[in-house]
Design a protein around this ligand. Sequence first.
Ligand code: HXC
Length: 514
Amino acid sequence: MASTKKVRELQQRKEQIQLGGGEKAIQKQVAMGKMTARERIIQIVDEGSFNEYDLFVEHDARDFGMERKILHGDGVITGTGTIGGKPVCIFAQDFTVAGGSLGSMHARKITKIMDHSLKMRMPLIGINDSGGARIQEGVNSLAGYGEIFFRNTLASGVIPQISVILGPCAGGAVYSPALTDFVFVVDNISKMFITGPEVIKTVLGEDISMEELGGARVHSELTGNAHFFAESEAECFDQIKKLLSYIPWSNISLQEKKEVKDPQKQYDINKIVPADKRLPYDVRDVIRAVSDDSEFLEIQELWAANIVIGFGRIDGRTVGFVANQPKVLAGVLDVDSSDKSARFIRYCDAFNIPIVTLVDLPGYLPGVDQEHAGVIRHGAKVLYAYSEATVPKITVILRKAYGGGYIAMNSRHLRADFVFAWPDAEVAVMGPEGAANIIFRKEISEASDPDKVRKEKVKEYIDKFANPYVAAAKGFIDAVIEPRETRRSLKHALEVSGSKQIGMPRKKHGVPPF
Ligand code: HXC
């Protein structure tokens, strides 16, 4: 049995180290509206489940007076715990200790817990709150980042990696979150940037605050770097738990089946989509109308809102939804919405989550801005992601499916397993007005009443192509269904796709249009 003296000594050592940078630094942290690193971990994991490792690790820097400095835990807390009863690995940088800066031992603590999460196939949650590379440690700290980035890449597609930005995440440090699957930010607390305001002022002579440069809203609305935006740390932790309730623990873990309480409680699916093709609606209502308990966890809600992505459940199992959003830019595909959906499709595919695609779009967004921003290269990512995905892929064409948009949105031609269409669906090369103006230009311009002829020709085009039956006659659409049959059709399609097996050509990896 351990002697009482030794036990007391252990307790004292632990208590001292667990104080991090000390009372004053903690007060500064709290005054900024932030929790301490330890509080954050305790709030995220199940009560009493956190087990800390490497508490006694010390830094090994010997320059710039570092040899005389004690940095408790070397500025980072690492360990394991459970969330919803299931194991996770977690680390949290402690800003109260040398600004949470990353030195070689700090990095080694992080890479050790990363190795554990990969080896044991469990999610990794990293809380970033740091001034970046520890300046006094020079290349040793750069090496530490490199080791982290390498592991982020190895673990990609094997275990879920979650980054939580709860303070500064400056310089090259931003690239670890950028390599992970989901980035969480909190208003007024998260700051992410490669070069800070001081450097920008020196080099470019421009004044900008940290918030304007890389605050939570910037990354949620403008850059798309963040996937979840919260008003407070507590809300952020709830979002993390919610996300984890949907996703598999690794790429080899089987999906759990959750109990379904009240399917389709609030939404009358027949009333959501207006018959007039020009009228907008919120496609999230369709998603909620087909999801268990009308629940949907949206991802990147504030960025590229012309496409909606996120998780729901059908008959107790998680599916990834990808849906054009007619109420924003008519639901077009553009540079950002292509990036957003392509990455999500790859996530779902990597973790064996079936994909349900809801289609209503006029095509890719036309314009010089989009062409010059690389809509060809970005748009190709959607085609690539759907084509290479081998999970069950189900499409429902709600209304418009025009041109490249029809092909890109998980058409039969990209190997959708099931394609359903509602009776109002239109599958065509382009909208009837544009099509009639082009193919009947001569008849219209030479007519004594061009408007009358134009209307007749538009009607002729609608009668011929603006319906689901031409595509259904070719077998490109498997079934034309009433809106109210959608959930049942999806449920059945998923049931009969459970053992999907398809082969792909042998290769090391493809070369996607990154
Ligand atoms: C060593 C650091 C540090 C760093 C902060 N500290 N950043 N120590 N290396 N990178 C220390 C401070 O000296 C201070 O120590 C304590 O942390 C708190 O910092 P403050 O400046 O007092 O806090 P605050 O006013 O809140 O400002 C936070 C900050 C600022 C905006 C993050 O500290 C800052 O600009 N830091 C430098 C950011 C940066 O340029 N990092 C390097 C990026 S390059 P005391 O002892 O006074 O409490 C990089 C390359 C990585 O990361 C490349 C990888 C590929």
